[in-house]
Design a protein around this ligand. Structure first.
Ligand SMILES: [Cu+2]
Length: 262
């Protein structure tokens, strides 16, 4: 009796695991600001659509913002925290506060230390971008910022619409990366900044398997956005570095966008 329950539980875990994708978050609640002010940034590694446990992220190798082509290092603003999933788990994560002053586009980027994924015996490094605008004045959200691999948005990333589409171009060392699988998720919970956690409640449906788009010959992909929220795209293994400490490394490009109802 006991054994059959254990087997059933294991099977359920495996099935649920099918829809889970790892996503490096670089989250801030408001991506279009009218007034200058401090914005909170959350760097956590989790499963946003499934709304399950968080994973320990290593200290970022790089964390910076690009504003009008000028790169500013933000590593000294990082604060190590413990971030919780909907359960009681806590994992290593980081927060930061950044003062937004001038009008324009702020492209935030994090290069986390590779994460050892025990289940697959590989390292994962999700190089992640998030774009914030102030004053409704665009200044280069569609410019690459020279990451080893990155998704360059071809649709305004902070003003996409549910029922509309989003198009991105995946680059590896600045060149289009063709035939790469990109997983797509939305943040399916509230994010409690003060409580440093994802909410216990899951807000929307979780599809039975991962949402995926494959980049075309020019590294482009398009996605029809079905609902408002923070949507993430993770193009897998597109980075130039394939190995870390003698093991396979999946160096991924992640981009976060925000879609609202029009
Ligand atoms: Cu995981």
């Amino acid at each position: 009796m006991k054994q059959s329950i254990l087997i059933a539980a294991a099977a359920a875990t495996t099935l649920a695991g099918g829809a889970q994708a790892h996503f490096q978050l670089l989250y801030t609640p408001e991506v279009m600001l009218e007034k200058p002010g401090d914005i909170p940034l959350v760097l956590a590694f989790g499963h946003p659509m499934e709304n399950s446990h968080t994973m320990n992220m290593g200290e970022p190798e790089e964390f910076f913002v690009v504003f009008k082509g000028e790169k500013t290092d933000l590593k000294d603003k990082l604060e190590a925290v413990k971030w919780s999933g909907p359960g009681d788990d806590k994992a290593d994560a980081y927060t930061a506060t950044y003062g937004i002053k001038r009008n324009g586009d702020y492209i935030f980027a994090v290069v986390p230390a590779p994460y050892m994924e025990g289940a697959e015996d590989i390292y994962i490094q999700q190089i992640t971008k998030s774009i914030v605008n102030k004053g409704a004045m665009p200044t280069g959200w569609n410019e690459p910022i020279g990451l080893p691999t990155e998704i360059v948005p071809l649709t305004k990333p902070y003003q996409a619409f549910a029922g509309g589409t989003f198009t991105g171009q995946l680059l590896s060392e600045g060149k289009p990366a063709a035939g790469v699988e990109c997983e797509i998720e939305y943040i399916n919970s509230d994010i409690d900044l003060a409580g440093q956690s994802f909410s216990k409640e899951t807000k929307g449906p979780v599809p039975p398997s991962a949402i995926v788009a494959i980049t075309d010959d020019n590294g482009m992909f398009t996605f029809g956005i079905p609902r408002p929220g923070h949507w993430g795209f993770a193009c897998l293994g597109s980075g130039p570095t394939k190995e870390h400490e003698g093991k396979e490394l999946s160096q991924d490009a992640v981009l976060w966008i925000h879609a609202s109802e029009l």
